[in-house]
Design a protein around this ligand. Structure first.
Ligand code: 2PG
Ligand code: MG
Length: 426
């Protein structure tokens, strides 16, 4: 597939920070293409859609792992793009891998620090969208088909569980909470039911928090979850747990503690005290049991393979032990985690590695080793809904897209709803 033109520009993300948006324009269909397409499909709209452009944009993290792909300042990325644009437009790419690895080789560094993971990714996502359209495929079907290029055939038809981050702490809020994300996860396999449960819980929680702290003290964090002056992590868990129990909601609680953020001088600083890894381990065990917690993401700092392995060994049968900063969607770090049994579920973030192909390769590796995947947004988001298709495409166990509020989060949940409804019709 040849690309006729690419436009790159700077837009603002949900935190008001500059980020990249790319637009790919396909080669205009030739007369032969038009005749062929008309014969294949009598609806001329398909021809029109094939000839229109596609747009993608990249989000940005705040609690980032040290091993993530490099991010360039958007202004500098624009300059770099000016240097490589011609070489991209000259080529006729046979598939996603060829496109992505062309950019990887142009960059020439393991961390993509030359061109920037953000620049490479925004181009890679646009290529995926254009290639899917070129082949008359829904993006999620196209992404699923790409898994097989990494020798993995997905057999399950499950739909991702939405993971709603309803209380924000850590780096994502001004509150005193050490833990970053307090999530609810519907137990229903029906996505539409799960979404409405999330909405109902979120609205009830808002009323409870406003009564407890006063309206002016209930703010929103970066991922649209509530940010309030809780006195401890347990106080936040207690409010959520009570609400679930009182209404008998089929919801479980999940946590992303994002422990790298509060690991200082070899101790986990929680609630004003320093915990050793053994102490924080025992603390996690007690809250998992008390609040019937289903998942724990980044409970230890980003190089603590052994501590993750310990938790996986003791609690892995009952809890999703999720690696985020530990694995950073990186094949080598996932390999090490698999070898050391440091977890059972990997968080998948396109931005951490910087291309669609490498992301899929990591997902395939996870599945081959019986790990689950959860696709995730970033705290600084855009209106792009690519990750919804990615989560469905790779058959992820879940998708983390923030609270069910704010347009940049709802874009993902609404796209999932659209895919869910379209699958019901089949
Ligand atoms: C995380 C992410 C997304 P950030 O830690 O999982 O929720 O946060 O995008 O700030 O790295
Ligand atoms: Mg995380």
């Amino acid at each position: 597939m040849k690309i006729k033109d690419i436009q790159l520009k700077i837009i603002l993300d949900s935190r008001g920070n500059p980020t990249l948006e790319a637009e790919f324009f396909p080669e205009t269909p030739t007369d032969a293409d038009l005749t062929r397409t008309n014969a294949e499909n009598s609806q001329s709209s398909s021809v029109l859609s094939r000839s229109s452009s596609v747009v993608s944009s990249v989000p940005a993290g705040k609690s980032k792992g040290s091993y993530e792909a490099a991010v360039l300042e958007p202004e500098l990325a624009m300059e770099k793009f000016g240097q490589i644009k011609k070489s991209i437009l000259e080529k006729d790419f046979k598939d996603q891998k060829e496109f992505d690895y062309f950019l990887i080789s142009l960059d020439g560094t393991p961390t993509k620090k030359n061109l920037g993971g953000n620049l490479i990714l925004v181009l890679s996502m646009c290529f995926a969208r254009l290639f899917a359209r070129h082949n008359n495929l829904e993006l999620h079907d196209y992404l699923r088909s790409l898994l097989s290029t990494f020798n993995f055939q997905l057999s399950t038809q499950s739909f991702p569980h939405p993971i709603f981050n309803v209380i924000n702490g850590g780096a994502h809020a001004k509150s005193s909470l050490d833990f970053q994300e307090f999530q609810i996860i519907p137990q229903s396999e029906d996505f539409a039911i799960g979404l409405s449960l999330g909405e109902e819980f979120y609205k009830k929680l808002q009323r409870i928090l406003e009564d407890k702290f006063g309206k002016d003290k209930v703010l929103l964090g970066d991922e649209a979850g509530f940010s309030c002056p809780f006195s401890s992590n347990e106080e936040a868990l207690e409010v959520m747990y009570e609400l679930i129990e009182k209404n008998k909601y089929p919801l479980r609680i999940g946590l992303d503690t994002a422990a790298t953020q509060f690991f200082k001088e070899n101790k986990y600083q929680v609630g004003g005290s320093g915990y050793s890894s053994e102490q924080i381990f025992d603390y996690y065990k007690s809250i998992i049991n008390r609040y019937n917690i289903i998942s724990l993401e980044d409970p230890f700092s980003e190089d603590s393979f052994d501590d993750f392995a310990h938790l996986e060994k003791e609690m892995g049968g009952a809890v999703l032990v999720i690696t985020d900063d530990l694995t950073v969607t990186n094949k080598e770090r996932l390999k090490k985690s698999i070898e050391t049994k440091s977890g059972n579920t990997i968080l998948i973030k396109l931005t951490q590695i910087g291309t669609v192909s490498e992301t899929l390769e990591v997902a395939a590796l996870a599945y081959e080793n019986n790990w689950k995947t959860i696709v995730s947004h970033r705290s600084g988001e855009t209106l792009d809904d690519f990750i919804a298709d990615l989560a469905v495409g790779i058959g992820a166990w879940g998708i983390k897209a923030g609270a069910p509020a704010k347009p940049e989060r709802m874009a993902k949940y609404n796209r999932l709803l659209e895919i869910w409804q379209s699958q019901l019709k089949v």
